[in-house]
Design a protein around this ligand. Structure first.
Ligand code: GLP
Length: 261
């Protein structure tokens, strides 16, 4: 796991966008795993800027989102499929239907989850997955206690996550759906490169557990320690609880530029 501590979200955006640009340069039809939440926004903004400047294109790329609320109407602004359109997809040149998400309105939820897994596999798997992390260590919507070997399925959100996300629902926790569809941890672990972004002091404990804690269902993100290619992009406040912080800084400073992330 490579830990990179950067000065702010803008710098995180540049480093994340560089990795995606390098991937698209060698594989224009790459499959991207897209996360919602505020953490990846700096990367999406930087990618949109580079697209507007004619430096990058997504016209052959494909995308799969991580998760979705169950039951939100198709036109609800907080439906993750709409959120990712608004913050990223609509600002670049993905082909129509090149980006898909789990269907939170499906009549047959288990069948829709199985189809989603098949769609990812048929696309050749995810080349680069962007991830955020919840304050309780969840990734996508895989909450504490969930199986570390899970696949895409329906789950119940914790009260903590519903409280965290209530800011998008008029600060009303009860307005946040109780259920979600989420890629499982085993699904996410099959992506070839994982880039996890965390900013702010509120994420410091989850980041410490993710990087340095014992692998445990109590902190679902810790399963990422078993992945061969994970990059963790942090700002200073999110890195403040890391035990080996000096070593991470030293390693990144000494890294040959040709290596990329
Ligand atoms: C939500 C999403 C996650 C995201 C997390 C953190 O619960 N399902 O994919 O990583 O929130 O969000 P933020 O980046 O806004 O802190």
């Amino acid at each position: 796991m490579e830990v990179i501590i950067l000065s702010d979200a803008d710098e995180i955006g540049v480093v994340g966008a560089d990795a995606i640009a390098a991937l698209l340069a060698r594989k224009p039809d790459a499959v991207l795993g897209l996360a919602t939440g505020s953490s990846p926004l700096a990367i999406y903004d930087e990618l949109a800027r580079r697209y507007a400047a004619g430096k990058i294109s997504f016209h052959r790329a494909r995308g799969f989102t991580l998760d979705e609320y169950v039951g939100l109407p198709a036109d609800h602004p907080q439906r993750y499929r709409n959120v990712i359109d608004e913050v990223f997809v609509s600002k670049v040149d993905f082909a129509p239907d090149a980006v898909q998400g789990p269907d939170g309105l499906a009549a047959d939820i288990p069948a829709a989850c199985a189809e989603y897994e098949t769609a990812i596999r048929d696309a050749g798997g995810v080349d680069l997955q962007i991830l955020g992390i919840g304050t309780d260590g969840h990734v996508a919507f895989n909450e504490p206690g969930f199986s570390l070997g899970s696949r895409t399925r329906i789950k119940t959100l914790t009260r903590q996550t519903r409280m965290d996300n209530s800011r998008f629902f008029g600060d009303d926790t009860d307005a946040v759906p109780t259920h979600c569809l989420t890629q499982g941890l085993a699904t996410i672990m099959e992506a070839r490169h994982l880039i996890l972004v965390a900013t702010g002091r509120g994420k410091a404990e989850a980041v410490h557990q993710l990087v340095e804690g014992p692998i445990s269902a109590l902190w679902p993100a810790t399963v990422l320690q078993l992945h061969p290619h994970v990059t963790v992009l942090l700002d200073e406040p999110a890195a403040r609880r890391l035990q080996l912080v000096d070593y991470y800084r030293e390693t990144y400073r000494a890294k040959p530029e040709w290596q990329g992330i």
